[in-house]
Design a protein around this ligand. Sequence first.
Ligand code: PMP
Length: 315
Amino acid sequence: MGFAGEGFEPAPWIWRNGEIVAWPQAVVHVNAVGHASVAAVFEGIKAYLSDDGERLLVFRLDDHLRRLHRSARICRLSLPYTLAQLRAAVGDLLAANGFRHDVYIRPWAFPSGMIREQMVPAGSTCEVVVDSWPCHTELADLRGARAAVSSWQRITEASMPPRVKAFSNYHNGRMALLEAKENGHDLPIMLNERHKVSEGAGACLALVLGDTVVTPSLTSGVLDGITRATMVELLREEGWEVQEREVDRTELYLADEVFFMGTAWEIVPVVAVDGLTVGHGSPGPVTRHLADLYHSLVRGRSGKHAEWLTQMAIR
Ligand code: PMP
């Protein structure tokens, strides 16, 4: 048996961080993200304070919760909460914490029970935790990042599902990030197994090439990013040509603008790739315009896409 069910007899002591501790004291707080993380799946969601200070606007909450369900399904974990229950959980948590500023919300699901084998069996029921913490926005004050193509390849469909938001996948991005920093850059850009551009370490990527905005296709080893989908929709609505296709490394050097995008990162302009200046070496006009659009959207100022904003009253 891989899991402790009824009749589970724990050993009285356990070794932990160099100490022998009694079993009942060897507890893991729900915030200890490392536990059972081989199979754990999660989401990263952001809520923005409305201008009147009365509400938090959770951005694309249902899309994030649907992705959590999809990640669990693909990893063959059983999530015991429906989308509606998880939506209510986020509301309850935000109300309990009484936040009056922008917030990052992280739900995650990990197999419950005591694991006695490395491979978590299919269908394992999950515990679900939702954590939240204050998180400010940099959308009004874009800072450029110096990026470098990583020697670490983005995980591929041949090894594990890149579209899944599972903690295990993040070893990949972390190695790339450490390498980039070690080499004096801010952020990595990962290529996939076909040597095409994939994404950053926790954010999707887009390029501006003349009048066209290009982002690596969903078959390029990227997470099916919600900010990416938002960017595609917002720019197309304004008449921009947005291509989702394979992207060559060389295009990074030819681009007028390059930017990362993600829930936590929002829009991060890239001002250099591999030491080559992008455009004029500062956030370009399309990137700035998109950041403005995104900012007014998530704060509920533009009145656009109200269906993407779940309003939670601050009590
Ligand atoms: N790629 C990875 C690996 C990520 O972790 C994230 C952040 N969730 C993204 C891309 C961007 O996705 P989203 O816009 O849905 O936050």
